[in-house]
Design a protein around this ligand. Structure first.
Ligand code: NAD
Ligand code: UDP
Length: 312
């Protein structure tokens, strides 16, 4: 059996990844410090003999024996990664060094969950992997953006310097069941607000765009990247190219949930990117991957999830 380490395994994406790997008959070691992850996300796996959990902060060295590493540990939502920005950078940078060191000792493949944030507020649209990005090094998003950029540097230096087998994927905004209801991300915010009949809070004038990928599609892409041909390290964009303004998203959510919520406008946070859309040509050619779930269908699943947890 292949033994797989998933850091950040009790988070939103990590828990879905654990599900998928176990379904593929792998043994999973989930490592998490529960900063933003929740035991609830992995509760259904605790009786599975192929699943193991370890409470651990990846900014400290980890000594385990595994065959593959997926490095997902890092808060991903702006309010969470800005809560303790120094720890966010430490998690990205020192965490990456620790996980790369582990991969080097074991001579195993390691995948990094990087982000479209490495492109910052981009001048190139849609974003291709060869675009170097436009990132403010000293702003409130920098702990995350620069931390993730430095982690990418480390991955490619470990590859060049130590011949390590690395895989780097740049994840664009992903949504779905198990998002944290209070994590402040736009999809969870709008759905929870609509379900409670609260105002829908659009930051700025709502003309900024994002491209939203449903979690099942994203996990397909992630597993595809881990199992991609030897020598292909990426970085590769994984996301859904369907691009929407935040106003369009608000209207879609209100339309699907129904109810009485009205749209209100609040100040745009500093350095909020104006547009974001992945060019996924590379993922298509290298991984044979493209997303299948339309925004409306994914939103329906996510709404059903939040409706259920809010009723409890
Ligand atoms: P999440 O916050 O739900 O999951 C992150 C997990 O990492 C949590 O379980 C958290 O407790 C854990 N964690 C944080 N710091 C840790 C540390 N020092 N040691 C051990 N565990 C730690 O977020 P997510 O959306 O599931 O994101 C997972 C990964 O994917 C992150 O690396 C994120 O940067 C990346 N990503 C996500 C998105 C997205 O839209 N969801 C987009 C781009 C990149
Ligand atoms: N946003 C919004 N209302 C909210 C939460 C977010 O209008 O209640 C906007 C936010 O300013 C950004 C976009 O939605 O322009 C996506 O925000 P999110 O935090 O989900 O992701 P990121 O900015 O990291 O892509």
């Amino acid at each position: 059996m292949t033994r797989v380490l998933v850091t950040g395994g009790s988070g939103f994406l990590g828990s879905h990844l654990c599900d998928r790997l176990l379904a593929r008959d792998m043994e999973v070691l989930c490592v998490d410090n529960y900063f933003t992850g929740r035991k609830q996300n992995i509760k259904h796996l605790l009786n599975n003999p192929s699943f193991e959990v370890l409470r651990h902060d990846i900014t400290f060295p980890l000594f385990v024996e595994v065959d593959q590493i997926y490095n997902l540990a890092c808060p991903a939502s702006p309010i969470h990664y800005q809560f303790d920005p120094v720890q966010t950078t430490k998690t990205s940078v020192i965490g990456a060094i620790n996980m790369l060191g582990l991969a080097k000792r074991l001579k195993i493949r390691i995948l990094q969950a990087s982000t479209s944030e490495v492109y910052g507020d981009p001048e190139v649209h849609p974003q291709t992997e060869d675009y170097w990005g436009r990132v403010n090094p000293i702003g409130i998003r920098s702990c995350y953006d620069e931390g993730k950029r430095c982690a990418e540097t480390l991955f490619f230096d470990y590859q060049r310097q130590h011949g390590l087998d690395v895989k780097v994927m740049r994840i664009f905004n992903t949504y779905g069941p198990r998002m944290h209801p209070n994590d402040g991300r736009v999809v969870s915010n709008f759905i929870v607000q609509a379900l409670k009949g609260d105002d829908i809070t659009i930051y700025g004038d709502g003309s900024q765009t994002r491209s939203f990928c449903y979690v099942d599609d994203l996990i397909d892409g992630m597993v595809g990247m881990m199992n991609s041909r030897e020598g292909f390290a990426g970085p590769v964009n994984v996301g859904n190219p369907g691009e929407f303004t935040m106003l369009e998203l608000a209207e879609k959510v209100i339309g699907l949930v129904g109810g009485t919520s009205r749209i209100t406008y609040q100040a745009l946070p500093q350095d909020d990117p104006k547009q974001r859309q992945p060019d996924i040509s590379l993922a298509k050619s290298e991984l044979g991957w493209e997303p299948k779930v339309a925004l409306e269908d994914g939103l329906k699943e996510t709404i059903a999830y939040f409706r259920n947890i809010l009723e409890k």
